[in-house]
Design a protein around this ligand. Structure first.
Ligand SMILES: Cc1ncc(COP(=O)(O)O)c(C=O)c1O
Length: 367
């Protein structure tokens, strides 16, 4: 069998050995229900508090401002549905390049009568700040704009967006699932009201996310039950997952600049190689303003889907970010929103790098 070369780290990342150990410990020596009032419960509570502290350090916030969820998807749902909860009329401003967990939730809210305004993006995938300012001349209940796009790595002008929102006292949510561990984040300084993160993009476990909330009282729970996570996400905590998330956050907080440098070196070398070997390749997104690990390349005139399948046969995992609608693949809505033709969107492939990738893997591309 071909050795696997995993260039799809924006989809998910392989958990680090230290993360696996933290998960194993939480299922073994540190086992317990954090709600129990005995020594095993106290031990589990300490594990939970430690993980929350590590994530708070990475996000630049206080531990009590974090609510653990079952995924980034759930975190996005919690924030968006909270904005609409208890309101007859609701107006939310977002963009057409958000992750499906935002766009589909907005669709559901629209069906219930909410007004959803999507601000266009330019050819690099950056939101049009003038259009946003204009949209905010009317009251809004929430602005939700991703920090980093999962397909292109384009970084949105979140500081400017946060400032526009703050001046109008409109709550600002940013989906930071792809920004966490790739950019420095200071949630309190941004300032964002809500922020979404997920563990499995930073070599943590799958199935655990979190919401940062400046004021958690402004969230409305989607589930009802116990008092876990300040009753905003009741249900016995996924302690192994949260412990693994904490460990991944602790490790990333300790070496973010080194990770950024290493991943950017891999990505840049990869792009150089591809552009040297393949004629007529262009970079999608904003090469001067994207996260360190993402390359979205358009192989003009080629069938991206067939290329992804061919690379897969050779052991190289990458993705064509198309959605499958009733069996027929649709071109990426993100690339289409940036103005790419249907043909170029179909010809585009995302390569995303992580801590387990090596220069050797990039050099094998020559063959
Ligand atoms: C930008 C963005 N938001 C949200 C999510 C959803 O996170 P999860 O997979 O934990 O549900 C992802 C994951 O692909 C993402 O890339």
């Amino acid at each position: 069998m071909e050795p696997e070369i995993f260039f799809d780290n924006n989809a998910t990342t392989r958990p680090l050995p230290e993360v696996c150990q933290a998960v194993t410990d939480a299922m073994g020596a540190a086992f317990g229900n954090p709600s129990s009032d005995h020594a095993a419960g106290h031990r589990a509570r300490r594990t939970l508090a430690q993980a929350r502290g590590y994530l708070a350090d990475l996000l630049g916030c206080r531990p009590e401002q974090l609510i653990f969820t079952g995924s980034g998807t759930e975190a996005n749902n919690l924030v968006l549905l909270s904005a609409a909860a208890g309101r007859r009329a609701c107006r939310i401003v977002s963009t057409p390049v958000e992750h499906s967990s935002v766009l589909k939730t907005l669709d559901a809210l629209r069906q219930k009568g909410a007004e959803i305004v999507l601000i266009p993006v330019d050819a690099a995938g950056r939101l049009d700040l003038d259009a946003l300012e204009q949209a905010l001349s009317q009251p809004a209940d929430l602005v939700s704009v991703q920090w980093v796009n999962n397909e292109t790595g384009t970084v949105q002008p979140v500081l400017e967006i946060a400032d526009l929102c703050r001046r109008r006292q409109i709550p600002f949510h940013t989906d930071a699932a792809q920004a966490l561990g790739k950019l420095p984040i200071h949630a309190e300084q941004l300032p964002a009201d809500f922020l979404t993160v997920t563990a499995h993009k930073i070599h943590g476990p799958q199935g655990v996310g979190a919401v940062y909330a400046r004021n958690p009282e402004r969230l409305a729970p989607m589930l009802f039950g116990g008092s876990q996570e300040a009753a905003l996400r009741p249900g016995t905590e996924n302690l192994p997952g949260i412990a693994g998330f904490g460990k991944a956050a602790q490790l990333r907080a300790a070496n973010l600049p080194a990770v950024q440098t290493a991943l950017a070196a891999l990505r840049d070398r990869f792009e150089q190689q591809v552009c040297r070997l393949v004629p007529d390749v262009t970079v999608n997104g904003d090469p001067g303003n994207r996260v360190c690990n993402t390359a979205n390349l358009c192989f003009h005139g080629l069938d991206g889907q067939a290329l992804v399948a061919r690379l897969d046969l050779q052991g190289v995992r990458c993705s064509q970010t198309s959605a499958c609608t009733s069996g027929r693949p649709e071109p990426s809505y993100v690339l289409r929103a940036m103005g790419l033709s249907e043909e170029d969107a179909y010809a585009s492939i995302r390569f995303s790098f992580g801590l387990f990738n090596t220069q050797d893997e990039i050099e094998t591309l020559r063959n």
